[in-house]
Every structure is written in structure tokens, then in C-alpha cells.
Design a protein around this ligand. Structure first.
Ligand code: NAP
Length: 340
């Protein structure tokens, strides 16, 4: 059976996911697209796919079995609620929502429906290097994890479109999610320190040093630099009681010439995480074809939203800001080892 997918939001990542669902992976076909910019949607539609005027009409259509949401964050809540109301599996790019209240509404709707339908786009959980790192920590030979050093560097971000809050409400969600998942822990509080500002980004507040205080007492430090010029560089190292486990430097061809010996660095997230996105969708297609969702859940999206909110509060207050989560609904109580 081929899963008939409708893609909402045909911007940068929407088009990349259409390409992957259409030309890379099997088991799914993009049969519908929608975007506020109807012409943009029509241009991104693969041959034979229908262009809808609204996300809601696409979700309701009998031709669509499952939806992929790639619109901007503030639109996610309504689109997720529409997918849950229609009982259709839905992949939603991060962030799940842009407020705690919205995340709770989505969670209430999904728990009332009684089956998981939502997978959130935290693709690092599907990256082979991160999965191997998690396997080492879970095996326990190194003892309990004490610290996780997480580094997120972008070569540059679009001037004007990118605001000073975005490293915390758009980027930190990835490091927050991967910290919870890698350490099998929850985040209890967030501190933010602002180093000397980089002149690369003009007036932009950049870089950020974020401290995530985990419930176990472990601490995660996150460097977010979004204008570091040299490339897209993601690093991670976990210090445990009896050893250290780190993500490897990505293998790349070693070039030797007059300028020396060097390896290329990915330009952006599409290059660095291409295999992770493919795997994320492979697993999504399998679950959605069975009418459900696995992988990062609404609960995980809610947790990341709370951390982003706390980080923004921490910038203003200069204090350690608490993260207060509701009791986890049973629907999301998957044994840690099984959760992707
Ligand atoms: P983008 O290039 O701006 O694309 C978003 C598209 O959605 C635009 O075409 C936009 O139209 C459209 N849109 C906005 N509101 C809509 C609505 N209510 N209904 C239908 N379409 C709507 O942004 P992007 O970089 O693709 O990012 C999209 C989402 O993916 C964001 O949530 C972002 O955080 C996430 N993302 C995730 C990753 C990852 O690593 N997992 C990487 C990049 C992005 P207009 O331009 O006309 O507003």
C-alpha cells in the first residue's frame, strides 16, 4: 500500500521533504500540497499532485491519508488539531507549537483521540552517529552521564529575517530534545549566559551559552553560534563517571593541495542531516501506514517548547528559570529504550 501524503508549507524544508518522499523513499506518494502562497505550492507539487487552497481542506480530503506540516511554527497548532480531528497521522516539523498553551491543546486532543498520531521533526534522534552515542550511554559501561557538551554552529542566518530570540526558540529545541533523549532525563531548569557579541551578525544577539539543568543533576552546556562563517558544525560529547563518549567528526574526503590538507564542512542542515531526515521519514511512513506515529511525540514537542520559553525568560532575568511540566499522559509513556 502506498501512503498518500499531503504536504503543508512548501518553503525550504517542505520542498526538501517532497523531494525525499517522491524520489528517495518508497512506500509514500505526495498527492497534495498547500501553502499560503498558492503559486509556490503549485510550483513545488510533484506531477499529479493536487494543490489545495488551505491546509484544512488538504487534511480533510479523502485523497490524503497523512499530512506533513512544514509551515511556520505559529500555524502548526491549528493544522495539528485539524489532522487529529480527522484521525490522520501527521508529521510536524519542529517546533510543535510556539506556546505552552498551544502544545497542551494538541496533547489534549491527541490523548482524547486515544492513539498517537503526531511525530515531531527532531531528526537528530534518527542520525546514525547520535544513535550510536546513545547506545554507548544506555549500555552503562561508562557509568552515569554527568555532563553533555552540545555545540550548534551555523555559518550564517538570513540577515533581517532572523531575530535575536530565534537561537533560543528555533534552534535550542534540537539541543533540548536530544539532551532529554540521550540522557533519558527531563530538563528541570535553564540558564543563559551571553558572551561577547560576534560582529558577524551585526546587532543580533549571538552567540549564546545555555545551561540545561537535568532532573538527575546532570548539566548540559549548549553553544549556539549562528554566524560563525566557516560552516554548519554540530558536535556533542557526554562525560560520564568512567569515560567520555563523543559524536565523531563526520567522515569527508581529505583534500591535499597547495593550501594544505583539509576536509569540507557541511554548508547547512540539509547536508549534515540528509541521512537522518531520510531515516526519520522511513520510520514515519511505516508508522503512518499503520495509522499511528512513533518517534518524537507531542510530549517531546511540549517539553522543547517549555525549554525555549524558559530560555527566553532566562535572558531577561539572568536567573536559572524552572521548567515545570505537567504529569506525563499514559499515551506517551513509552519505555525509554523503545523511544526513537
Ligand atoms: P520557509 O522556507 O519560510 O517555509 C515555510 C512555508 O510555509 C512558506 O512557504 C510559508 O508561506 C508557508 N506557510 C506559512 N504559514 C502557512 C499556513 N498557515 N498554511 C500553509 N502554509 C503556510 O520555512 P522553512 O525553513 O521551510 O521552515 C518550515 C518549518 O520547518 C519551521 O517550523 C522550521 O522551524 C522547520 N525547520 C526544521 C528544520 C529541521 O532541522 N528539522 C530545518 C529547517 C526548518 P509564506 O512564505 O508566504 O509565509
Amino acid at each position: 500500500m502506498t501512503l498518500r501524503v499531503g504536504v503543508i508549507g512548501t518553503g525550504t524544508i517542505g520542498r526538501d521533504h517532497i523531494r525525499r518522499l517522491t524520489t528517495v523513499l518508497s512506500g509514500a506518494a505526495v498527492v497534495a500540497v498547500a501553502d499560503i502562497d498558492r503559486d509556490g505550492a503549485a510550483a513545488a507539487a510533484p506531477p499529479g499532485a493536487e494543490t489545495f487552497d488551505t491546509a484544512e481542506a488538504l487534511i480533510r480530503s479523502d485523497k490524503v491519508d497523512a499530512a506533513v506540516i512544514c509551515s511556520w511554527g505559529p500555524a502548526h497548532e491549528e493544522q495539528l488539531l485539524a489532522a487529529i480531528a480527522a484521525g490522520k497521522p501527521v508529521f510536524c516539523e519542529k517546533p510543535l507549537t510556539t506556546s505552552e498553551a498551544a502544545a497542551l491543546k494538541v496533547m489534549e486532543a491527541e490523548t482524547a483521540f486515544g492513539r498517537r498520531l503526531v511525530q515531531v521533526g527532531f531528526m537528530r534522534r534518527f542520525d546514525a552517529d547520535y544513535r550510536r552515542l546513545k547506545a554507548v550511554i544506555d549500555a552503562g559501561e561508562l557509568g552515569a552521564p554527568l555532563m553533555f557538551h552540545s555545540v550548534h554552529r551555523n555559518a550564517s542566518v538570513p540577515a533581517g529575517l532572523y531575530t535575536s530570540d530565534m537561537p533560543l526558540n528555533d534552534t535550542l529545541v534540537h539541543d533540548a530534545d536530544v539532551s532529554r533523549w540521550l540522557l533519558t532525563d527531563e530538563i528541570a531548569g535553564v540558564e543563559v549566559r551571553l558572551p561577547r557579541r560576534s560582529r558577524q551578525g551585526g546587532e543580533l544577539r549571538d552567540p549564546h551559552l545555555v545551561l540545561l539543568h537535568m532532573r538527575s543533576g546532570a548539566i548540559v552546556d549548549v553553544e549556539i553560534s549562528v554566524n560563525i562563517a566557516y560552516g554548519y558544525d554540530i558536535r556533542g560529547e557526554v562525560s560520564c563517571e568512567r569515560g567520555v563518549a563523543a559524536l565523531p567528526n563526520r567522515p569527508a574526503t581529505v583534500v591535499s593541495d597547495l593550501r594544505g590538507i583539509r576536509q569540507a564542512i557541511p554548508e547547512d542542515w540539509r547536508q549534515r542531516f540528509v541521512e537522518a531526515y531520510d531515516q526519520e521519514f522511513r520510520e514515519w511512513i511505516a508508522a503512518a501506514s499503520a495509522g499511528t506515529a512513533t518517534g518524537p511525540s507531542t510530549w517531546d514537542g511540549y517539553a522543547a517548547t517549555l525549554v525555549a520559553d524558559a530560555a527566553l525568560r532566562a535572558v531577561s532575568s539572568g536567573n536559572l528559570e524552572p521548567v515545570a511540566m505537567i504529569r506525563k499522559p499514559e499515551l506517551y509513556d513509552v519505555p525509554a529504550a523503545k523511544a526513537a
